[in-house]
Design a protein around this ligand. Sequence first.
Ligand SMILES: NC(=O)c1ccc[n+]([C@@H]2O[C@H](COP(=O)([O-])OP(=O)(O)OC[C@H]3O[C@@H](n4cnc5c(N)ncnc54)[C@H](OP(=O)(O)O)[C@@H]3O)[C@@H](O)[C@H]2O)c1
Length: 304
Amino acid sequence: MLAVRFDRFGPPDVLEIGVAPDPRPGPGQVRVRVEAAGVSPVDLALRAGTSPGSKHLALPHIPGVDAAGVVDEVGPGVVDVAAGDEVFGTVALAALGGATAEYTILDFWGRKPARMPWHEAGGAGSGVETATRALDLLDVRDGMTLLVHGAAGGVGSIVVQLAAARGARVLGAARVESHAFLESLGARPVSPGDVAQSVDRALDVAGAGALDDLIEITGSADHVVTLADFEGPAKGVRLSMGRPAGQADGRHGLAQVAALVERGLFRVPVREVFPPHEAAAAHALAARSPRQGKVIIDATRIPY
Ligand SMILES: NC(=O)c1ccc[n+]([C@@H]2O[C@H](COP(=O)([O-])OP(=O)(O)OC[C@H]3O[C@@H](n4cnc5c(N)ncnc54)[C@H](OP(=O)(O)O)[C@@H]3O)[C@@H](O)[C@H]2O)c1
C-alpha cells in the first residue's frame, strides 16, 4: 500500500509518500480502508524526534493515531463490526501511528453515523476518548461550571461540547482570536488568567503552566485534571494519561458521540483538509496558533 511516512526525524518536510507493507489485524483489531486521518500533537513530536516514544519507532514510520474508514478485515474475536461497516477510531497504541495510509489497524472504534462527514470522523477518535476520560475523572455533571484551559484545540474543542452535553456550563479559556470559535461550540470564552466567576471543575488541556491558577479558581487540586502538564502530580493534580498508565479509558465516548451526532448536537471542528502529498503542510499548520479544531489528511485524494 501507499502511505505518508518518514525515515528520519526532523521538520515537516521529512514526510514523503512511500510504499509500506499491508497491515494485518490482530486479535480484537480491525483493518480499515482509510478515508480520512487526523493530525495530532503526538504525531508532530514523534516526527520531530522529541517525543519519549520517538526512540521506540522503527523507521520508516507512518504517522497518525486517528482514522475513519471502511472495515475490510476483522481480527479474531471482533464481533461488533464486519467488512463494509463505516467506523471511526484510534490505531493500536503500541504502533504510535499508522493512520495516514491506504489501510490502517484500529484498536478501538465507533460506528460512523451516516450524517458524520468522513473528515470529521477521521479526527475524532483519540480526542473523544481523551475528553470522555477527563470528564469522567472530574465527574462533570449537570449544573456544574467547568473551565477548560486550551479549549480551542483538537481535544479542547471536543471537551467543551461533551461537557455541555452533560449539562455543564462551560468556560473556554483561549486567546482572543479563538473566542468566536468557542462561542460557535457553545462555550463561554474567557482569556487565560482572567476568570472572575465561580468554577466547580477545571481541565487543563494546554499544559502551559496554568495549574496554580486553576487550583485557586476551583478551590482545590482535587477539582483539577491535566492532560498535558507533567508537574500536575507534584501539585496534587491528577494527570490523566489513559491506557499507558493503566487508568480507566474513555472509549465508551465514541458511541456517545455517534448518538450526539445523529441528533445534530456534536461536530468535530475541521480546521483544514490536506491531500496525502501535502502532509508536510498539514503538520506545519497543526503546529501554528491559533489552533482551532483538527487538521485532517484526506486519504482518498489522488495523487497519493
Ligand atoms: N493525556 C492524554 O491522554 C492526552 C491525549 C491527547 C492529547 N494530549 C495532549 O493534550 C495537549 C492538547 O492536545 P490537542 O490535540 O488539543 O492540541 P492542539 O490541537 O495543538 O491544541 C493545543 C491548544 O492549547 C492551547 N495552548 C497552548 N499553549 C497555551 C498557553 N500557553 N496558554 C493557553 N493556551 C495554550 C493552544 O492555543 P493556541 O493555538 O491559540 O496557542 C491550543 O488551543 C497536547 O499537549 C497533547 O499532547 C494528552
